[in-house]
Design a protein around this ligand. Sequence first.
Ligand code: ADP
Ligand code: MG
Length: 366
Amino acid sequence: MSSKESDNLLNFVTSLAGDHFLKIEENLGDGFVRLKISEAERRQAKHDIRSVEDIVVELLRNSRDSGASKTFVSSHKEDQLRKIVVIDDGCGIPTNLHEKIFEPRVTSKLDTVVLDRYGVHGRGMALFSVKSAADKAWVVSSFPGKGSVFKIEANTAILGERKDQSTFPTIRWRQGEPQILRGPHNIVRILVEFNIDHPQMEIYLGSPAEILSTMLTLNKSHPNGNFSDVLEQTDLKLWRCIGCVSQAKILPEMAKKYFELEISERNAHRIMNREIKPLPRIFAEFGENLEHWLNGKEKEVSRSSGKENLSKFIQDEDLEILSQNIVKNFDEVGKKYFLKLQGKPKIQRGRNRIKIDLDLEREEEI
Ligand SMILES: Nc1ncnc2c1ncn2[C@@H]1O[C@H](COP(=O)(O)OP(=O)(O)O)[C@@H](O)[C@H]1O
Ligand SMILES: [Mg+2]
């Protein structure tokens, strides 16, 4: 949504329903807003970050919401410090908002609150919580249309994590669908769980050197020029720009500058000499069954993504009107059953579908 459009929406909603209905405190432009406290609270979810694994979930949810198809997660520990880098090829973030998004209630998801297995998402609190819980959290680089790189450093003596970070979860099959049977709730498990829910995402997990080796190997393009020229002058995603590096001696510097992936010179040589194996996507670890299932799911997704997304045609203001009419009409029906609506209807756009959820509560007896 352009800032003009969101201003229009703001005015429209205000004119309709007065200030109490207004959920935006500040319009930050480029589709970003700061929500009012009441609205942020209404979207309250279990957002408190209690472990390193919780951080990984929030970063992945953000990559998913940004439309990423590939996400690279680098994770390693130096003494007690857990260092995590998440690289995605999603919609990216305008430069002037790289710091603002860590402030509470700043979101670009005003009209697309998402409900997933972890609760409600889209109230602009996750990155704020992540930054509060970790030692450091920042956007390393991100450009609109090119993807994002986030880095997190967390002291595991303060913010806990599962001790066992190497065991993979055990999967069983139930009615043709994979289910996680057991395994510690470590980072791998979080990623596998997430990938089962979002099979269209390609997720990689490894050390900084393994992630770099994977990005270089997956890269079919080897553009000429230095990194920043390639970034500016081509429409390659951020992670693909690494393809322009052909010499081991400049790899550590570029990897650090654009991805915060720290590698030694020795590892740079090993990567270039293909001595550090690229990673398989995380699902591949589970053998053919899972890959087969995944291929089927990907076909489903690509079949449906060829079609139009009709729900996008409906303007935000018309969705608001629809929602208000539903509230009005519900009253009549609800009375019969001594039921009323709890809060506003939740509206979600899907492909060729609009989903409206109504939460019910009992009408207090008088
Ligand atoms: N990986 C990402 N790619 C693009 N934008 C992102 C990414 N992560 C965060 N953002 C932006 O930062 C905003 C704030 O993120 P967050 O604090 O998680 O709140 P929420 O996801 O509820 O909006 C998001 O609304 C989004 O615009
Ligand atoms: Mg989020």
